[in-house]
Design a protein around this ligand. Structure first.
Ligand code: NAD
Ligand code: UD1
Length: 344
């Protein structure tokens, strides 16, 4: 029988790709999203690309009654909790917003799951929980040290789920720590559509390439790295989404154990510097992208790179797409949709 996955935040950047890959793998998907940082067009396009029918329920994870109604009216087998807010700087200015949505909202969701007998859950965590790592690559046993309310909210979710999974019969959780998700679906139909000026490197370069921003500022060229610019483990969002399908397959199989919450890194294991990313973008676009050197950004680590071995061992998953493909697919999306969903 077809199994049904609830995808909170399923209309967003990562969520739309996860929804698409789940439908492609034969799951039914119910998306629960308040559309505060996404467009219903992402779901319409996923439907067209898959000939599938993801159901979109517009609602807020802070609304306990809406969550209870959702579980009463749908037969949910497992949940992927991707809903939330994610801007590090904003989280420092408005910590209450981050704890309210990312923590209280998630607790409402887990409470509704408990009430309705659903105990299988995948959570969108982040490599940001490792703080300012010093030894590369980072495996899941690396010490935790989130540096801001956003990172703390991710760690709190991990801890809440570790406790609930241990205590409740039939509960199983996978806590996925994403490294740097970038790129877009190869069709160019769905992708990241940030509101305002993007903080992250890929969406910022994408806007320079379409002329919405005058030039890239490279934050710091005095890091202890080969070219002096900071290194990250960028991962294609389609690879990341397929990791979620493997996570769900695993949770619903006999291979997974009850009362166990596993932390798993989702990265490629290969790092790229800001200048390497800039060059790969120029190759993808076929023209020059202006850039200047600028001071370091506060709170940035010199390097962040995953050891993704556990994902391979436990889920049989590893990333396939390289940096040129990440840039090519991101550019395909951005050039076809220069103003995002609403402008297209
Ligand atoms: P996104 O903003 O595109 O997606 C989040 C979705 O959640 C949006 O569709 C938004 O409308 C929805 N949402 C926000 N608040 C909500 C609420 N109160 N109720 C219901 N829906 C709500 O972001 P994304 O990049 O797709 O991130 C998805 C998840 O992955 C987030 O939890 C994020 O913290 C986590 N994550 C993202 C990254 C990244 O670099 N993109 C890295 C690590 C972890
Ligand atoms: C940021 C967040 C992190 C979050 C991650 C994924 C901060 C301090 N950290 O990390 O918590 O988990 O996004 O969403 O915000 N860069 C430039 N110029 C730019 C933009 C970025 O040089 O205009 C550099 C950065 O200094 C960094 C690299 O590019 O070295 C990647 O930046 P970004 O995409 O923001 O990701 P992270 O810094 O890894």
């Amino acid at each position: 029988m077809t199994q049904t996955i609830l995808a909170t935040g399923g209309a967003g950047f990562i969520g739309s790709h996860v929804t698409l890959e789940l439908l492609t793998a034969g799951y039914k998907v119910v998306v629960f999203d308040n559309l505060s940082n996404s467009s219903p067009k992402s779901i319409e396009r996923v439907a067209r690309l898959t000939n599938g029918a993801p159901e979109l329920v517009v609602g807020d994870i802070r609304d306990q009654a809406a969550l209870d109604t959702l579980f009463e009216s749908h037969d949910i087998d497992a949940v992927i909790n991707m809903a939330g807010v994610k801007a590090v700087g904003e989280s420092v200015e408005k910590p209450q917003k981050y704890y309210d949505i990312n923590v209280s909202g998630s607790i409402n969701l887990y409470r509704a799951m408990l009430r309705h007998g659903v105990g299988k859950v995948v959570f969108s965590s982040s490599a940001t929980v490792y703080g300012m790592p010093e030894k590369m690559p980072i495996d899941e046993s690396y010490p935790i040290g989130p540096l801001n309310p956003y990172g703390i909210s991710k760690r709190m979710n991990e801890q809440i789920l570790e406790g609930m999974t241990a205590a409740n019969p039939g509960w199983r959780a996978l806590l996925l720590r994403y490294f740097n998700p970038v790129g877009a679906h190869g069709s160019g139909q769905i992708g990241e559509d940030p509101t305002g000026t993007p903080d992250n490197l890929f969406p910022f370069i994408a806007q320079v390439a379409t002329g919405r921003q005058p030039g890239l500022k490279v934050f710091g060229n005095d890091y202890p790295t080969p070219d002096g610019t900071a290194i990250r483990d960028y991962i294609h969002v389609v690879d990341l989404a397929r990791g979620h399908v493997r996570a769900i397959d695993f949770l619903l199989s006999d291979a997974a154990q009850d009362n166990v919450a596993e932390v798993i890194n989702l990265g490629t294991g290969s790092g790229s510097s800001v200048l390497q990313v800039h060059r790969a973008w120029q190759d993808a676009c076929g023209f020059e992208i202006p850039y200047d050197m600028a001071p370091r950004r506060a709170g940035d680590a010199p390097e962040s790179c995953a050891n993704p071995a556990k994902a391979k061992d436990l889920l049989g998953w590893e990333a396939e797409f390289d940096l040129p493909r990440m840039c090519a697919d991101h550019w395909k999306w951005q050039s076809a949709n220069p103003q995002g969903y609403e402008g297209s």
